[in-house]
Write a protein that binds this ligand. Structure first.
Ligand code: PA5
Length: 462
């Protein structure tokens, strides 16, 4: 299993002002954690609670349908193009970047074992959209449009452009190049998919975007590029079993949630940094930033009191950011808790040749890049300790679907437990919806005329 080391957040190493007496805090919060975990598990199947993501590891039916479709289309497409944003894109990006061979899209078909390249078009930059369309042969591309609400302006505008280009190229056959992932009832995409006859996968009820990576939102793109989704699901299920344990001493999601909550509320560390020491895990930090920010950043608590809660997530990458952000982390304000993600065994052991021995870089020869990366991670952690800055470390035995499934699911449960500790609803996103509604109003969507008037009034004030 993946492991959590929280020693470096303890007051015994970084002092009482910045560290926690972790053993004592676990004891103090023991009963509260029991109640939180029991409550999450009690509510997870209830409609309207948005906790059904806790069941996704067990949805064998979805895995079966996804694999069946992926096998059917395997040799028909050179590329998969995912259209989606936020929770409809970040999990896919994080997992494909971690599990596919690096530089996947540059490999030959043979090196990719016959599986297609994969591209994610999450933003709506006109230059990058047009640029990607210049590169892709759409007739050989399967377009997976993903939106839970079925009407997100970014995703649907991309889709409208691409649908027209596909149709211009392929005439009536264009439908075979589109697969939709959306809600089973609501939303414009569902309506269009039915009218047009697209193959469709369903995002289950009560699964929010940022918690949807183990639904068809993630599983379909993974299966299309040959990622073993059983292995991921096994990791999710095994982690789920561990995290059903209500004893905080045995539950790493509860431990990390409590440490982050107390660091924020008792020690003023309202910034949480996610820093994997692995380029393949770099988008895990992006995925986590969205999960943590959208779930925990809330104006009101569950009692309706204005609280403006939310620790700010920051993404970093080891060792790259040792030459950038680390200066601030070491010597700047003591307002952060840093999460390292470490990988014990990389797929490759890359030796540095014994050359230039007569120079100042001679000491590197004969060591490996792996040794260097580990030495850098260790020295960064100890340096931060010297500056009394708290860190925790999550260790993965290696990067594969099993451990990645564990990691992402652990972070989801950690976020849910943190939400309960903060006494907020971790599963809505009114701040995101508000901006979406204003965009609809500015773009002239029917039904948003009043918002448009208000907005135009406010904008003329500036
Ligand atoms: O987590 C969330 O709910 C959001 O980030 C959504 O995923 C994002 O806004 C995209 O929404 P949709 O899937 O409805 O297009």
């Amino acid at each position: 299993m993946i492991e959590l080391n929280y020693k470096y957040a303890d007051s015994s190493l970084i002092g009482d002002d910045n560290g926690l007496n972790i053993k004592q805090e676990f004891e103090l919060y023991k009963d509260k954690i029991v109640n939180i975990i029991a409550d999450l598990n009690k509510r997870k199947d209830k409609p309207g609670q948005f906790l059904r993501w806790m069941n996704l590891g067990y949805s064998e039916e979805t895995a079966w349908y996804v694999k069946e479709y992926a096998a059917l289309v395997k040799d028909r497409f050179e590329n998969v193009l995912v259209l989606g944003i936020g929770g409809s894109a970040l999990g896919g990006l994080a997992v494909t970047e971690a599990l596919l061979k690096p530089y996947w899209n540059f490999l030959s078909l043979e090196q990719r074992n016959g599986f297609p390249r994969i591209f994610f078009l999450d933003n709506i930059d006109p230059d990058s959209i047009e640029g990607l369309l210049d590169v892709l042969d759409l007739s050989k591309t399967l377009v997976n449009v993903i939106t839970k609400s079925g009407s997100t302006a970014e995703t649907m505008s991309q889709f409208m452009i691409i649908k027209n280009r596909l149709e211009a190229q392929l005439k009536d056959d264009y439908r075979k190049n589109i697969v939709a992932t959306t809600d089973k009832n609501v939303g414009v995409l569902k309506q269009i998919a039915e009218q047009e006859g697209y193959k469709t996968f369903i995002i289950p009820d009560d699964v929010g975007g940022r918690f949807s990576v183990f639904s068809a939102v993630g599983l379909l793109p993974f299966a299309l590029v040959g990622i073993d989704i059983e292995e991921i699901m096994n990791g999710v299920k095994d982690m789920d079993l561990c995290l059903k344990n209500t004893d905080i001493n045995e539950n790493i999601a509860a431990q990390n949630a409590l440490i982050h909550y107390l660091m924020d509320t008792k020690k003023g560390k309202n910034i949480t940094v996610m820093m994997p020491y692995s380029s393949r895990l770099r988008y895990v930090a992006d995925w986590y930033a969205q999960l943590w920010a959208e779930s925990l950043g809330k104006e009101k608590n569950l009692d309706g009191v204005t609280a403006n809660i939310g620790p700010t997530p920051v993404k970093a990458l080891g060792a790259t950011d040792q030459h950038s952000l680390i200066q601030l982390f070491n010597e700047g304000p003591n307002d952060k808790i840093i999460n390292f993600i470490r990988v014990k065994d990389f797929d490759n052991n890359l030796l540095i040749p014994k050359i230039f021995e007569y120079t100042g870089i001679g000491y590197l020869g004969g060591k490996s890049i792996n040794d260097l990366l580990n030495a850098e991670a260790d020295s960064t952690r100890v340096t931060l300790m010297d500056y009394n800055k708290p860190t925790v470390t999550i260790s993965l035995p290696k990067i594969n679907g099993y451990y990645l499934g564990q990691l992402l699911y652990m972070l989801e449960v950690q976020t849910a437990i943190a939400g309960s500790l903060y006494n907020i609803n971790a599963f809505d996103q009114p701040g995101v919806e508000q901006a979406k509604n204003y965009t609809y109003a500015l773009m002239g969507r029917v039904g948003y005329e009043d918002s448009a008037n208000v907005l135009h009034g406010k904008m003329t004030l500036i």
